[in-house]
Write a protein that binds this ligand. Structure first.
Ligand SMILES: Cc1cc2nc3c(=O)[nH]c(=O)nc-3n(C[C@H](O)[C@H](O)[C@H](O)COP(=O)(O)O)c2cc1C
Length: 181
């Protein structure tokens, strides 16, 4: 096996790549929801991180293939929920089906939060915020900054992780494109 340039530069064992490293990191999963003029959307997200301490901001990366991405571009508010170990069914709903074909919000309990953003009743660890900067660097995911305005935290909390959702096949493969890039 020939090592790719990135493998060579990182000194990773041959055959191991960024995907393997991410699997070892085993990130917690998030479910991002949003709404525009009464239309609702939401998807499971593995790419997310806190991006500012003061003001408190959080970055999520949305695939250009997703229904949620399209809505997020013109939405005012987003909610970021952190499912726990017992929430695989919600991860399946939001990660394994697409709002292009399925009304996900018909299949779970939710209520309207600030600006109408859907809040998933089962997920008490979450925050809501206004959509801030959007960075499209030409990749297949776009960074959307959430400027947090409300937070809700519940303990104990054992997050649902990447290793818990290996069986979920994404509703939209990331190599799809909704818009030309
Ligand atoms: C483990 C896993 C991680 C995912 N991570 C992301 C992500 O970080 N960003 C994203 O936009 N989609 C991600 N997806 C894909 C979406 O959740 C999935 O394609 C979803 O069906 C899109 O729904 P929508 O078209 O209604 O937005 C992930 C899916 C899985 C199974």
């Amino acid at each position: 096996v020939t090592a790719s340039p990135i493998e060579a530069s990182q000194g990773w064992p041959s055959g191991h790549d960024v995907g393997d490293l991410m699997a070892d990191l085993d990130p917690a999963m998030a479910i991002v929801t949003t709404a525009v003029e009464g239309e609702l959307s939401g998807c499971l997200v593995g790419f997310h991180a806190r991006s500012s301490i003061e003001p408190v901001r959080y970055a999520v990366w949305l695939s250009k293939a997703n229904h949620t991405y399209l809505l997020a571009l013109s939405s005012e508010m987003l909610a970021v929920h952190f499912p726990s170990k017992g929430d695989h069914d919600l991860a399946q709903l939001f990660g394994g089906s697409t709002g292009d074909r399925v009304d996900k919000f018909d299949r779970c309990a939710w209520h309207a939060g600030p600006g109408g953003v859907p809040i998933l009743d089962r997920l008490p660890n979450r925050f809501v915020g206004t959509r801030g900067a959007v960075l499209d660097d030409g990749g297949d995911h776009v960074c959307v900054i959430v400027e947090i305005t409300e937070e809700h935290v519940a303990t104990p909390f054992v997050p649902l992780r990447l290793s818990d959702v290996r069986d979920i096949e994404a509703g939209h493969p990331p190599d799809e494109r909704r818009v030309p890039h």
